[in-house]
Design a protein around this ligand. Structure first.
Ligand code: B12
Ligand code: SF4
Ligand code: SF4
Length: 375
């Protein structure tokens, strides 16, 4: 690594080559480097906050300046290395009536850990070569607009559903990470286009993700998190507004509807060739029986074969989410009558269960109402 063309080269272009080669060795599907500069769309971000679209995630409004400029996050930052892991190939799920699904990103290992470990190793290597510099690893939780930087680094284009659609047929089944660096690397796009170029607009007149969103959370290039099923089932730890009962589809944890609808994220020969990182191969369940989850107690929750991602939702959230999904099952024409009756009985028992938390009982009542049963 210390050769003239290695990571510690004085030539920014040569060390960028070495850095991107290292990313490939670490198994990242896509990697590129962008100049560290302020967001071109800070106004869109401010408007999003002003409209209350952050929902319960108040932290998103708190560090607005830092979030929209990596040079405020890491003083002296000049470059942002952007990487992506591919975690799914878009193959449709087998849908079983009475089961609630788990979003694909949560079926394997925790990407925060998987991506961070490799980026930390890379940052440590850089720090050994350049002890006077800072290399801040960001995976999801840092105040950084990961998608915009990734777009600049040529990893893909942001679609109307606001997700990054990867270059090279990767679809939007990507998880992102970044290193914000005070050491200069030569800007380099993952898609091979000249720096500063705009890749083709992936959307044109398409509105499939908008039409597919079960709660109407998407307007072009903006997601209202106060309506998004992903936020309602994973981020919201308390009550979910009764109006969402029966409208959250069959999702128990997260939601992939907008991605499943997108023409760029369908399984094709090209997308299959793009490969999926092995850490995200489903280790746990892709779906769970709603009747079981509705009846969980502390012991059953502890026994559940959960990975670290799924454990983030506590027992109360799982039962609440199951109630919401049961409401959708009651409204669905595909639910057999016998199952419908069992779900109704389980929801009614939950609504009256004094040991269940308030948000769980409320969700059970709302689900019954969504299924046309006054309770
Ligand atoms: C908060 C958050 C959420 C929130 C809000 C979602 C959202 N769209 O912002 C909730 C909980 C709903 C959520 C859900 C999901 N998330 Co999330 N989330 C984040 C997080 C932590 C911050 C995002 C943020 O800053 N939002 C604020 C809004 C305003 O930012 P923004 O949409 O990027 O804003 C830009 C656009 O409005 C854009 N814009 C405005 N006008 C225009 C016009 C044009 C033409 C263009 C191109 C852009 C554009 O400019 C703004 C500024 O850049 C990021 C990680 C990170 N630090 O970036 C992960 C992240 C975005 N999430 C991710 C994932 C995987 C998901 C889910 C798929 C999980 C799931 N299956 O349930 C869903 C997808 C929902 C969706 N369609 O967005 C991945 C996305 C990877 C990818 N391929 O893009 C990220 C990057 C995490 C990661 N490290 O991989 N998430
Ligand atoms: S994740 Fe689901 S609820 Fe959220 S924007 Fe996409 S389709 Fe809508
Ligand atoms: S579904 Fe259509 S509009 Fe939505 S992101 Fe994909 S291409 Fe764009």
């Amino acid at each position: 690594m210390d050769g003239a063309g290695g990571l510690s080269s004085v030539d920014p272009s040569a060390r960028t080559d070495a850095l991107l080669a290292r990313c490939a060795q670490h198994g990242f599907a896509l990697a590129g480097v962008a100049e560290a500069r302020a967001s071109d769309r800070a106004d869109a971000f401010r408007a999003w906050i002003a409209a209350g679209k952050q929902g319960g995630m108040a932290y998103l409004a708190e560090e607005l300046e830092r979030r929209t400029d990596p040079r405020l996050l890491v003083p002296g930052a000049v470059s942002v290395l952007c990487v992506a892991d591919r975690y799914a190939d878009g193959r449709p799920d087998r849908r079983i009536p009475g089961f609630g699904r788990i979003a694909r990103y949560a079926r394997g290992e925790d990407y925060h850990v998987v991506i961070r470990a490799r980026l930390e190793a890379l940052a440590a290597e850089l720090l050994r070569a350049y002890p006077e510099h800072r290399f801040r690893v960001c995976v999801d939780t840092a105040p950084l607009l990961e998608r915009e930087h990734a777009e600049r680094a040529g990893l893909g284009r942001i679609g109307k559903h606001t997700l990054l659609i990867g270059s090279g047929g990767a679809g939007s089944w990507l998880l992102l990470g970044a290193i914000v660096s005070t050491l200069a690397f030569a800007p380099r796009r993952a898609d091979g286009l000249p720096v500063g170029a705009d890749a083709a607009d992936p959307c044109g007149g398409c509105t499939r993700c908008i039409d597919a969103c079960p709660t109407g959370a998407i307007t072009p290039w903006s997601v209202d998190a106060s309506r998004c099923v992903s936020a309602l089932t994973i981020e919201e730890r308390g009550a979910v507004d009764a109006s969402f009962a029966g409208r959250t589809g069959d999702w128990l944890f997260g939601c992939d509807d907008c991605q499943e609808a997108c023409p760029h994220s369908q399984p094709t020969r090209r997308s299959r060739a793009a490969g999926v990182h092995e850490a995200y191969r489903p280790g746990g369940a892709a779906a769970m029986p709603l009747l079981e989850v509705l009846a969980w107690d502390d012991e059953a929750y502890e026994r559940a074969r959960f990975n670290e991602v799924l454990r983030r939702a506590d027992l109360s959230m799982w039962r609440r989410n199951a109630a919401l999904a049961a409401g959708s099952a009651l409204r669905s024409g595909e639910t057999p009558e016998s199952l419908r009756a069992e779900l109704r009985a389980a929801l009614a028992a939950l609504a009256l269960d004094p040991s269940a938390d308030g948000p769980v009982r409320d969700a059970a009542r709302a689900a019954l109402r969504a299924g046309g049963i006054e309770f």
